[in-house]
Ligand binder design. Structure first.
Ligand code: ADP
Length: 227
């Protein structure tokens, strides 16, 4: 398997976990630590919606209702993204795959440089419901805040100065639908990756720093063992 001589090894990762498990927060930090792009399909769709592109116009209603965008559309977007030059040394996928069909498609499009590891960030449902009700995001760059850790100036993003808001799909009804969709469509990816010996479970409760330290330990162990 290819390995660069740079400061960090190549790494190809998938982060799984329920809505509100902390994927977005941790993925941004991990991407920086391993120097690979953080590819969030949710963020990519939200940018498309904001810009009013044909993809965004198609996706908006589906997302606001808490439903999933079609596998075909998502696989196309991800396939393009992971083959851009900045992803040559690896990538961190957040929000994809979300169905077993997307998992199978990912295997096919990464046959040359396969996945190293799938981390399931485990957080109980009652905890994620509370986290999501408190979640706020930057409407420009997607940076994540919460009522308990707001930006320095209310409600202006510390990163880009954009407006910090509640996501349109973080209503109680849409959240419940997304959690149901997670159980029905995404949870089957756990045995799928378990059978392939790619799955590692990480406890997602605790402070962002504690969870980050657990993730680094799990990922480093796998990347080091790979050599
Ligand atoms: P969450 O994990 O809280 O649902 P995301 O930001 O990952 O948030 O996704 C927001 C919405 O974007 C999803 O509810 C869905 O409509 C759409 N979406 C994102 N990724 C995918 C995907 N891989 N397949 C289908 N739909 C997706």
């Amino acid at each position: 398997m290819s390995q660069t001589t740079g400061a960090t090894p190549d790494v190809r990762l998938v982060l799984l976990g329920r809505q509100g498990a902390g994927k977005g927060t941790q993925a941004a930090r991990l991407a920086e630590a391993y120097d690979v792009p953080h590819i969030s399909t949710g963020d990519m769709l939200r940018v498309a919606v904001k810009e009013g592109t044909p993809l965004g116009r198609k996706a908006k209603e589906i997302m606001d209702a808490g439903h999933l965008v079609s596998d075909e559309l998502m696989v196309g977007i991800v396939n393009e993204r992971i083959h851009l030059p900045d992803a040559a040394r690896g990538w961190l996928l957040d929000g994809f795959p979300r169905t077993v069909a997307q998992g199978e498609a990912l295997e096919a499009i990464t046959a040359d440089l396969p996945l190293d590891l799938v981390v399931n960030l485990e957080v109980p449902e009652d905890v994620v419901l509370k986290r999501i009700s408190e979640r706020r995001v930057c409407s420009t760059c997607g940076a994540i805040y919460s009522l308990s850790s707001p930006p320095t100036n209310p409600w202006t993003c510390d990163v880009c100065g954009g407006r910090v808001v509640q996501r349109d799909d973080d209503t109680e009804e849409a959240v419940r639908k997304r959690l149901d969709a997670y159980t029905a469509d995404t949870a089957p990816l756990l045995p799928f990756y378990g059978e392939r010996k790619l799955l590692v479970e990480v406890d997602g409760e605790g402070s962002p720093d504690e969870v980050f330290a657990r993730l680094r330990t799990a990922i480093d162990a796998r990347v080091t063992a790979r050599g």
